[in-house]
Design a protein around this ligand. Structure first.
Ligand SMILES: Cc1ncc(COP(=O)(O)O)c(C=O)c1O
Length: 394
């Protein structure tokens, strides 16, 4: 892998024709250490957010030993990359063949479920195994989050009694899990979800061994600057301590975005300017799916030397493919004199960015280069003690 000292240095020295994915291992290492040291339980990395084997190795070296995998391809890849990792298959609807392969060939013992059918599938596929940790996924509100996960999965807490009871019979350890939606903007999201967990435990009157609060931990984006992560951890810890569970019960979390958003950014070239619209060489089918499809705003900066002195103005982007869908509204604030041939850095694309890249229309190619400079925004950069002041305001 090529290395360079900074995004600016790379753009000015190399003038790359294709988009370049920049990776910053130090940023992912810092995020991992933060979770490992401060989250009051076990941290499972949600592999879907960025399935790069390099990243997964780096998280392992930083102390992340558990991985939330959601497909058999993720199971195989993580097992091959990290033979000693603990894998938890946390997709509530799985192919029976995938469950069997995960259990018998890859040593997976933890599975999530949200229906009787799935429970029956797991029991059948594992041939009635007696060493399973089964996590029943509860449906909780996504109202405090930017991306909802409330409709597709999860059993309503009021309907969970029978399933919890049946899972208890089949499991060696019984867990309850949920997901408050991605980019949860307040710790209250977890406090409310934990109340639902309480209700479900009381109604089912079962012994629960694991509480898994899922993902949803936020990163910082323009217009979406969250409170310090410590407040989330404190809220979760307090709620966990007050649940009617055995004193040896474990607390788990499955962060995706918060562990890898700062790991990666993208250098793109402006191929054309039309007023306040910039035609760039990556887009909706590349690493910018969320910018196009859910209007996500990412930090941007012009990589030019000497620096532009023009005032910032709002731009939208068009990606390189042939259709109008390949459009990112932004607004993206850049100096008013941006022109064709300029390079831009688009930050915070380590989560659900590079992972979504396709080859549609022949534009999938992007080289990866490691850089040593800081990510454009960081929740972790200013040291881990003074967290209240380390959110960069955009
Ligand atoms: C089951 C599960 N866990 C964890 C995550 C990671 O969520 P986030 O990236 O918001 O932390 C997801 C994301 O979809 C998920 O479906």
């Amino acid at each position: 892998m090529h290395k360079h000292h900074s995004a600016l240095g790379l753009a000015t020295a190399l003038r790359p024709v294709n988009p370049v994915t920049l990776i910053r291992p130090h940023a992912a290492r810092r995020a991992a250490r933060f979770f490992v040291e401060k989250f009051p339980g076990k941290t499972l990395y949600a592999v879907k957010a960025n399935p790069s084997p390099d990243l997964i190795r780096l998280l392992w070296d930083s102390g992340v030993t558990h991985y939330d995998v959601a497909s058999i391809a993720e199971v195989r890849m993580v097992r091959e990359t990290l033979p000693a990792a603990v894998l938890c298959f946390m997709h509530p609807v799985k192919a029976e063949e995938a469950i069997a392969e995960a259990y018998f060939e890859h040593d997976v013992r933890t599975f999530s479920l949200d229906s009787m059918e799935e429970l029956e599938k797991i029991v059948r596929a594992t041939e009635g195994a007696s060493d399973l940790t089964l996590c029943v996924r509860l449906r909780v509100s996504s109202e405090h989050s930017k991306l909802s996960l409330a409709s597709k999965f999860g059993i309503a807490p009021s309907e969970s009694k029978e399933l919890l009871f049946a899972a208890r019979q089949a499991a060696d350890a019984l867990g309850i899990c949920f997901h408050v939606g991605s980019q949860a903007m307040t710790p209250d999201a977890y406090a409310q979800a934990m109340e639902r967990v309480r209700q479900a435990i009381v109604e089912a009157a079962v012994t629960v061994d694991v509480i898994d609060v899922g993902g949803g931990f936020p990163s910082s984006y323009p217009g979406m600057e969250p409170p310090p992560l410590e407040l989330y951890f404190e809220t979760i810890h307090r709620a966990f301590e007050s649940l009617p569970i055995s004193y040896s019960a474990e607390l788990w979390a499955e962060p995706g975005r918060a562990l890898c958003a700062e790991y990666s950014s993208l250098v793109v070239r402006v191929e054309k300017r039309r007023g306040d619209e910039l035609f760039i060489n990556d887009g909706a089918y590349g690493a910018l799916f969320d910018a196009a499809h859910v209007g996500w705003r990412f930090p941007v900066s012009l990589l030019r030397e000497p620096d532009s002195r023009a005032k910032p103005m709002a731009f939208s982007f068009y990606g390189p493919t042939c259709d109008d869908l390949d459009h990112m509204t932004g607004p993206f604030m850049l100096p008013a004199d941006v022109q064709a041939g300029d390079y831009l850095e688009i930050g915070m694309l380590g989560a659900y960015g590079c992972a979504m890249r396709t080859g549609f229309n022949g534009f999938g190619r992007a080289e990866t280069v490691e850089v040593a400079d800081e990510p454009m925004v960081s929740l972790y950069a200013a040291g881990t003690e003074e967290v209240a002041s380390n959110v960069v305001t955009l």
